[in-house]
Structures are given as structure tokens and as C-alpha cells.
Design a protein around this ligand. Sequence first.
Ligand SMILES: [Zn+2]
Ligand SMILES: [Zn+2]
Length: 208
Amino acid sequence: MDYIVKRVVVGKLETNCYIIKDKASRAAVVIDPGDDAILIKSVLLEMDAAASVILLTHGHFDHILALDELRTPKTTVCMHGADADMLVSSDLLSPSVLGYNPWPFGAPDVLFGDGDRHARQGGFDFEVIHTPGHTEGSVCYLFGDLLFTGDTLFCGGVGRTDFRGGDAEKLRRSLALLKRMPGDYAVYPGHDRETTLSEERLHNPYLR
Ligand SMILES: [Zn+2]
Ligand SMILES: [Zn+2]
């Protein structure tokens, strides 16, 4: 499958929301609709795309705030089960800071578990790589040679482990798993700019 990938920077923490469109159809995947639903919808429109799947890399608020506004009865929402409680309530951000209370969000349609690796949703085939550490339910998604790493791996850095559910040792193991993946991948992180896995193997102090 050939993909078109668009990055949409959303919300106060400048989270990367990604739209992955199948070149041969209108179907699209939205990864981490973190805020600014209207902006994400306008980019979908520009791309002549309709979201059939919404994938969450983890449950932090800056990756989910626009979830309910983007979802339709035709959209399948997927995430790892270990972060599902973050859609019910947040302990990172109080609703009073936001000025409104989006919790609880609608329940996800699909919860990935530890045995899941290959997934097929909404006409897309992809791999789910469980990479706990930043949160227990953090995952990376692999579409061909495109790797979406959420807050697990950034260009030159990695996600924090000092929030609830964070675990530095688990993150270290998750990064080792990514590092060992054979070949090279374009890396699309949850914040900041794109990179490649080969670049990170060379220059990211957490991957050396
Ligand atoms: Zn996060
Ligand atoms: Zn984030």
C-alpha cells in the first residue's frame, strides 16, 4: 500500500497528529488527534480523505483531546488496553485548567493487548509494537517502513518517565527493541520533527 502522510501540529503542547491516507482510496488513519479538531478535519478535507481508523499511541491528554469530535460511527478507535483508563479520567491535567471537561471520552472500539502485533482495521494493515515506559500502554505503529513512535522516541530524545505509569527501565527495554528492528524506518514522533531510525541509532544518546 502506498501512503500519503501529513503532520498536523495541534494543541498547547504542539503535539503531532498524523494523517495517513491510502493513495488508492479515500480511507485514512488519524494518529493522536490531540486537539484542534476543526484543523484536523480541514486537513482531511484538503486531502479528500475520510478517517476510517483513529489510533492512539497512548492516553495522555495532549494526544486525545479531539478524539470524540473526530470520531463517527464509521471510525474504529484503537489503543492499548493498559492506557484505556486515561480516557475515563486524567491525573495529568485538571479539567479546570482546560476550562471544560472532556472526560470521560467514548470507549475505544479495539483494545490491543500484549499478544497483538499484526492488526487490520478500516482497510489498513499495520503492526502494533507495545513499547511501555512513557506510559504502560504506549505503543508504536508501523505502516510499511513508516514508524509512528508517540512519546516513546523523539528526534534526539525520549519520552519522560516521571508521570504516573512511567517506568524508566521499561522504556530502556522498549528503546532496545526499536533499536534492534532490522533495516531503516522513517520515524514520526509525537512531538518535534521527523527523523529516521538509523539517524537515532547513531545520534540519540538513549539508543546508543
Ligand atoms: Zn505523553
Ligand atoms: Zn505528548
